[in-house]
Design a binder for this molecule. Structure first.
Ligand code: GLA
Length: 380
């Protein structure tokens, strides 16, 4: 498909193609920037790139999704907020050059079916896909962690979104039929097999995450503040990863109500991820589902990043037959829920949630039955 699209735009075949999936996080929300644990999976929704070398120093980019194009010189890569969709690629190319890699002009086209601003990491998919594309185009060798770090740096320092490392990590290193268990402190990871007995179903609330950016930054600061204040009680922790619920209980008088709630979410969520990985490895999907439900409650009540539509989707899901767990996924304030549904119950679930959500909110939900898929580097 990307070959055809490229041909239509540029009138010739691409020299190279690359692709990256989006992701859904099964559990471990708002833990990555606290050095904690996460358990996401790459999904079968991807962004694909085609590119052809040029003889000059110009990068011409076409967005198939926006049907828009722009170009820039490799000599001066700047942000372009008129073509905001191009900034992910610009950031990647800029930092590759800064790291000493030699690039050259190219014609690029990209697009795909990862919904935007839905909490399924379409931006990480573009960044990781752009790194994978550049490696092929310019014969650059990077180890997987360098790919992940570069893609994240584009998001943090060029697009200026202060995200953690989870999204780029799993878009690059996800594995078919597996979730990825990642320790965000030392970046060790392992793939955990997902059972064929269940489906991962993603429900997109259609609510776009207007508040997400500013509230995300506030949560990040609150977590840092909580660590600093816990330090005044003699608890020498570098991050909330190093704190447990007993520490919080002992030191609770030093934290404001809000900081206590934020810290309690992160600390309890880390515990849930560890338990969820054990459950998955033992095949105890009922217990896994219960942890998802507890995660949602904690995100809603303690971390306060849910919204009415996400809560409606979760409540609705939990009333359907064959549903083991449901929770909001991603940064929050809109976007998607993730649901663990018995394979045979998935199709009726899709219909029931769409109908019930429309009745309750007047909005239309998109519902996707997802397959855990390979990350962008799987064939590298
Ligand atoms: C966004 C960020 C991730 C992570 C999640 C919340 O998706 O990009 O790094 O912090 O929110 O878990």
């Amino acid at each position: 498909m990307i070959q055809e699209a490229f041909d239509k735009i540029y009138g010739t075949a691409p020299d190279v193609i690359a692709r990256s999936p989006g992701r859904v996080n099964l559990i471990g929300e708002h833990t990555d920037y606290n050095d904690g644990f996460v358990l996401p999976a790459a999904i079968d929704r991807t962004i694909a790139f085609g590119a052809r070398r040029r003889k000059d120093n110009v990068v011409h980019v076409y967005s198939i999704d926006f049907q828009d194009e722009t170009e820039f010189s490799l000599d001066a890569i700047e942000r372009d907020d008129q073509h905001g969709w191009s900034n992910y690629l610009r950031g990647v190319l800029k930092f590759l050059q800064e790291d000493g890699h030699r690039l050259a002009g190219v014609d690029v086209a990209f697009g795909g079916n990862v919904p935007r601003e839905a909490g399924l990491s379409s931006s990480a998919a573009v960044e990781v896909g752009a790194v994978a594309l550049s490696m092929k185009l310019f014969n650059i060798e990077l180890d997987p962690l360098e790919v992940v770090r570069l893609a994240r740096r584009a998001e943090n320092e060029f697009v200026n979104v202060p995200c953690g490392i989870m999204d780029q990590f799993v878009c690059a290193l996800g594995k078919r039929d597996h979730a990825l268990f990642l320790d965000c402190r030392d970046l060790t990871y392992r793939h955990v097999p997902l059972s064929g007995r269940v489906k991962i179903v993603v429900c997109d609330s259609g609510v776009r995450r207007a508040l997400a950016a500013s509230e995300y930054e506030i949560r990040l600061q609150q977590c840092r503040q909580a660590v600093a204040q816990l330090g005044t009680t003699g608890l020498a922790a570098k991050s909330l990863r190093e704190v447990d619920l007993t520490d919080l209980e002992v030191a609770r008088h030093t934290l404001s109500e809000v900081l206590l709630k934020r810290a309690r979410h992160v600390v309890s969520e880390n515990g849930r991820v560890l338990k969820a990985v054990q459950d998955l490895e033992k095949g105890d999907l009922d217990s896994f589902g219960k942890l998802m439900i507890a995660s949602h409650e904690s995100l809603r009540d303690d971390y306060e990043v849910s919204c009415r539509e996400l809560d409606v989707l979760v409540e609705l899901a939990l009333r359907q037959p064959g549903v083991l767990g449901a929770r909001m996924t991603g940064a929050g304030f809109g976007g998607c829920t993730v649901n663990l549904v018995q394979a045979g119950a998935a199709q009726p679930f899709v219909e029931a949630v769409k109908e019930g959500y429309h009745k309750a909110t007047g909005l239309n939900a998109e519902v996707y039955v997802c397959e855990a898929s390979d990350g962008a580097l799987a064939d590298a």
